[in-house]
Design a protein around this ligand. Structure first.
Ligand code: NDP
Ligand code: 8X3
Length: 249
């Protein structure tokens, strides 16, 4: 049975992915800071698969390596890494943006992804196999008003994804990126610092993607024959044409 390591499995895309992969024959290493949610997820999947939970903050370099080093021997061979943990913090012009928000986005979306990858890649290299799916964003393809640093963090994911694919090419490791448009998750609640009305407004008047749509895509990509790599997929709601064009009912 294959083992999938999923960051940000406590909510949204990561949680839906853990559930779908867990019901589709994968063992799951589920990560996030909220242990209560990881425990709930483990309970929800108990009838389908084994789940190992790891609670750590991807910003904390030492905690990332300690958590991954703590995996028992029979959980160390990771077949699929889904680098999903991340968020936008704030939506503000460059002149009004908060430095704490900038730090959070660079530290989580970019450095956190690098730390987790750095801890897991050596085992993939040793085994000459593996698949890494990096969750980028349409924000990594187009900069939109007030998106500045979030967009920069996702442009960085795009560059890291392409660099990983080149560097890991000789080790038979697939590297893929998914760049979603608007997905209805807790993403906007975090971006708008708990403002539920503002967050709900982002998804009003059209059908946004659901986290399950992303889980479907991740399962599809992960289960292609070994010689096939869906290297880079932009996935949008039908109502969304680009980062700033959304047709409302
Ligand atoms: P959610 O807010 O629903 O989920 C974010 C997940 O990331 C949570 O599980 C959270 O876990 C985890 N996370 C956040 N910060 C940290 C941290 N410091 N350490 C460890 N884990 C962390 O959002 P989504 O599911 O929408 O987001 C998942 C990914 O998809 C992100 O990379 C996001 O940028 C990307 N994306 C989202 C889009 C959208 O419209 N929703 C569109 C394009 C891309 P916990 O808080 O428990 O630590
Ligand atoms: C999340 C989608 O458009 O809010 O990456 O940046 S968007």
């Amino acid at each position: 049975m294959k083992t999938a390591f999923i960051t940000g499995a406590t909510s949204g895309i990561g949680k839906a992915t853990a559930i779908l992969l867990g019901k589709s024959g994968y063992r799951i290493i589920a990560c996030g800071r909220r242990q209560d949610r990881l425990d709930e997820l483990k309970g929800e999947l108990a009838a389908f698969t084994e789940v190992y939970t790891l609670s750590f903050d991807v910003r904390e370099k030492d905690a990332v390596f300690k958590a991954i080093d703590s995996l028992p021997n029979d959980w160390r061979n990771i077949d699929l890494l889904v680098n999903n943990a991340g968020n936008a913090h704030g939506l503000a012009s460059i002149q009004n943006g908060s430095i704490d928000d900038w730090d959070a986005m660079i530290d989580i979306n970019v450095k956190g992804l690098l730390y987790v990858s750095k801890a897991i890649i050596p085992n993939m290299i040793e085994r000459n196999t593996g698949h890494i799916i990096n969750i980028g964003s349409i924000a990594g393809r187009e900069v939109y008003p007030n998106g500045n640093v979030y967009c920069a963090s996702k442009y960085a994911v795009d560059a890291i994804n392409n660099g990983m694919r080149i560097d890991l090419n000789e080790y038979n490791i697939r590297v893929s990126q998914i760049a979603p448009g608007l997905v209805e998750t807790e993403f906007s609640l975090i971006r708008f610092k708990g403002d539920a009305d503002k967050s709900a407004g982002v998804y009003e008047g059209y059908d946004a993607l659901k986290p399950e749509d992303l889980a479907d895509l991740i399962l599809f990509m992960a289960t292609r024959p070994a010689h096939v790599n869906l290297a880079d997929v932009l996935i949008l709601p039908t109502a969304q044409a680009n980062a700033t064009t959304v047709k409302k009912h």
